[in-house]
Ligand binder design. Structure first.
Ligand code: 4AD
Ligand code: MG
Length: 431
């Protein structure tokens, strides 16, 4: 009885081993009495050689006829051959086509980017996409592991919400049985409630932003790793960010070594070794103004400013103490200079820009009320959030890290959408 193997394991079999493989036909070439198929599964690609005379004529005809991306089962002998990709091929003597391709597979060399995005459901089969998705899975796994090992507890928060965390302009509005609700931009406020029972928490779930910005770094739906910690100030949380980012980069360089190499990407622990440079907003503003960027005190940095600024650095770096008008109402004003906040963004070097945003939260009841009013927001909308400051309020801090932003930087992707299985952008909700 033949055992069906994964392609990765077929490469480890001895010469002349009889094996059976299941996969999809990625390509097909004929050289006279020889048909070569490239067979693909989730673990790799192997060359299948079907030779007239060795394979019976029915098998040879099936190899000749099989459509690209058909699902097939093949049997044969493993042979070392320096000319085969990876040095191994299967000399096939039996083919079963159990999932034929009903049409010519539409993804071909040379089709345009729009076509690939419109056919993302099929384009996913490309080995390159598969490798990015494996790296993404490792990244999320490493982040979760690090947080667990460091005493953070995973919490799962709601997606339907009733008031903005990061400003009303980017809320997706929806009808909730006749009431207005929104899709969450961040689970931060729920995490702030959770620290009063769990102290150190994290969540990994989607956030939504109705941002029309068509940049290479904006999605309307992204996966958000958020962390909140009781008894932590700005500098405590910066330390958590630094260590977490380093853990992700250094472990990914090992755990995704095969995929990174195949994609020709360089991810090394040195890229993110702490400590990271720290500059204040005021200093960042000076750098930008010295480069003739037209920006004034109080403006938040956009994609352009961050690109210019981050080209000045070789490692991720913190920008801290943004003016209060540049950021959301919940940031803690700096007691030494209340015009700025105890907040921070972590920017990736080389033009990539913000990958993390966070800082210390206002934990004082009256100060929070004041800032909500100053921002022209409705106190009633934030009643439960304000309530948290009434009972045993403690200093606390947290942050959010965009998973796709992180991958975009680490893999130096041309566009953030390549980091998603099915990207969501202002112009794309299909497929
Ligand atoms: O800086 P942001 O808006 O911060 C928050 O939402 C905080 N409430 C998080 C917290 O403190 N718990 O978003 C955090 C991160 C950004 O640094 C970025 O990496 C990512 O989320 N992000 C986006 N990623 C892709 N597309 C978008 N439109 C994004 N908006 C934010
Ligand atoms: Mg931000």
């Amino acid at each position: 009885m033949l055992k069906t193997l994964y392609i990765r394991d077929a490469f480890k079999c001895g010469e002349d081993s009889e094996v059976e493989l299941i996969g999809w036909v990625r390509s097909k070439r004929r050289h006279g009495k020889l048909v070569f198929l490239d067979l693909r599964d989730s673990t790799g690609i192997i060359q299948i050689a079907v030779k007239q005379g060795i394979a019976d004529s029915e098998t040879f005809m099936k190899a000749l006829d099989v459509g690209l991306e058909s699902a097939v089962k093949v049997r044969g002998k493993i042979k070392r051959d320096a000319r085969a990709p990876g040095g191994v091929e299967l000399h096939c003597n039996h083919i079963e086509v159990f999932g034929p391709s009903l049409d010519g597979f539409p993804i071909r060399k040379g089709v345009g980017l729009k076509f690939l995005l419109d056919n993302r459901h099929l384009h996913l089969r490309s080995p390159k996409v598969a490798m990015i998705m494996k790296i993404r899975a490792n990244l999320m796994d490493i982040a979760r592991r690090w947080l667990r090992e460091n005493g953070f507890i995973e919490v799962n928060c709601p997606t339907f919400i009733t008031a903005a965390v990061e400003g009303g302009a980017t809320l997706f509005k929806l009808d909730y049985f006749g009431r207005t609700a929104y899709l969450t931009q961040s689970v931060q406020f729920y995490q702030e409630a959770a620290i009063y029972s769990l102290e150190k928490v994290y969540s990994l779930q989607p956030s939504f932003r109705a941002e029309l910005s068509r940049t290479r770094r904006h999605l309307t739906e992204f996966w958000h790793l958020e962390v909140e910690m009781a008894y932590a100030d700005l500098y405590d949380i910066m330390k958590v960010i630094e260590e977490l980012v380093y853990a992700i980069v250094s472990n990914l360089s090992k755990e995704s070594e095969v995929e990174l190499k195949a994609l020709d990407k360089v991810v090394k622990p040195e890229m993110a070794e702490p400590p990271y440079p720290r500059i204040k907003y005021a200093e960042a503003l000076q750098i930008l103004q010295s480069k003739n960027v037209n920006i004034n005190w109080g403006d938040d940095f956009g994609a352009d400013e961050e690109r210019i600024l981050s080209k000045e650095f070789e490692k991720p770096f913190f920008v801290t103490h943004y003016p209060k008008e540049a950021k959301a109402f919940y940031h803690m004003p700096d007691p030494n200079d209340p015009s700025v906040c105890l907040n921070t963004d972590l920017l990736a070097p080389g033009g990539y820009g913000e990958i993390v945003g966070g800082g210390q939260r206002i934990h004082d009841y009256n100060l929070l009320l004041e800032r909500i009013r100053e921002n022209g927001l409705n106190v009633e909308d934030y009643r439960w959030y304000i309530d948290l400051r009434k009972y045993g309020s403690v200093p606390h801090s947290g942050f959010g890290l965009g998973i796709e932003r992180m991958l975009w930087w680490l893999l130096q992707l041309p566009h953030i959408r390549s980091a998603c299985l099915f990207p969501r952008t202002p112009t794309r909700v299909y497929p």
